[in-house]
Design a protein around this ligand. Structure first.
Ligand code: AMP
Ligand code: FE
Ligand code: FE
Ligand code: ZN
Length: 292
């Protein structure tokens, strides 16, 4: 089905617009959890998961706001996993359990360690940026590279966030610092042990060639991976089709995520799933049925 066909759009909105990957100020998004819920309902979304990087700090505020605006809200998280490419794992707390994946504190410590190095390197390169400014920019949430980038743009060093990533903070650039991340199998197990559902996020960023995918996925599936994010702004129709086929082969539930970051990724609208995904609320039931 093509979600840009008007008839299909009607069918999609009937089954609900479901976005299972969004960020807030609890990590590197620019909308507070409350603002996210309020904007999502105005954008016509039915179901939204808050999946901040390595933290669930925003979830309780988000669920309260979702309840108030009558949006189906799900608590979740996006874990950073160890791989030569960028490997992220979404965990969804479909049933509103009070458990939290045990790995979060470890991942937050890895971030703190890395972030200090970034400040030092930026200072050595001649950029005036202090740890206090970074803390204030994050508003107390998990600090990510977009926070450093925003400060540098505001101070006039660069025109936009992309330029900071391309010139300074991206992999291989002078102010880049390695962040320790979680072993992938440990990540999947941490999500399952909490009673949550593990979904591999934006698989294209892992950077594997097509022949390597089956063996790579098999190991994760054997350890309990449940879903594969086939609709994501980083995917094009070909990569989406490739991952849809892999999901089918491995019995993984296909999911859709905008990876909304508000003004920190201004090219991604909050209603991104409306024109880019055909997955409705049934996705949630399929995921729930596979919860360990
Ligand atoms: P970190 O987790 O701190 O290493 O930061 C990675 C985050 O930076 C990703 O999750 C994205 O949200 C963000 N990011 C990566 N590239 C860019 C870019 N070119 N512009 C804005 N944000 C970016
Ligand atoms: Fe991010
Ligand atoms: Fe991600
Ligand atoms: Zn994300």
């Amino acid at each position: 089905m093509n979600a840009s066909n008007p008839d299909d759009r009607h069918e999609v909105s009937f089954r609900g617009l479901v976005d299972l990957h969004c960020h807030s100020t609890a990590s590197d998004g620019s909308f507070s959890p409350t603002e996210l819920a309020e904007a999502a309902i105005k954008s016509g979304l039915s179901t939204v998961a808050l999946t901040d990087h390595d933290t669930v700090e925003g979830v309780s505020e988000f669920l309260t706001a979702c309840h108030r605006v009558e949006l189906q809200g799900l608590g979740g998280v996006e874990l950073s996993l160890e791989h030569i490419g960028t490997m992220h794992l979404l965990g969804l707390n479909i049933d509103g359990l009070s458990t939290v994946p045990a790995a979060l504190e470890e991942l937050q410590a890895f971030r703190r360690e890395r972030n200090k190095h970034i400040v030092d390197q930026l200072n050595q390169l001649g950029y005036q940026i202090s740890w206090e400014e970074v803390l204030s920019e994050s508003g107390g949430g998990q600090i990510g590279r977009p926070h450093f980038a925003s400060i540098l743009v505001r101070k006039g060093y660069f025109k936009n966030l992309d330029m900071v990533f391309n010139i300074l903070l991206g992999r291989g650039c002078p102010a880049y610092a390695h962040k320790r991340r979680l072993d992938p199998i440990k990540g999947v197990k941490a999500i399952i042990d909490a009673g949550w559902v593990p979904i591999l996020a934006h698989p294209v960023t892992i950077g594997l060639t097509p022949p390597r995918w089956p063996d790579f996925l098999r190991a994760l599936v054997e350890n309990g991976l449940v879903g594969l994010e086939i609709y994501h702004p980083r995917h094009n129709p070909e990569t989406t089709a490739f991952f849809a086929k892999l999901a089918q082969k491995f019995g993984l539930i296909p999911t859709a995520g905008s990876d909304f970051h508000g003004l920190n990724k201004p090219h991604i609208p909050l209603d991104w799933v409306k024109t880019n995904s055909h997955l409705g609320r049934e996705t949630i039931e399929l995921l729930r049925a596979r919860r360990s």
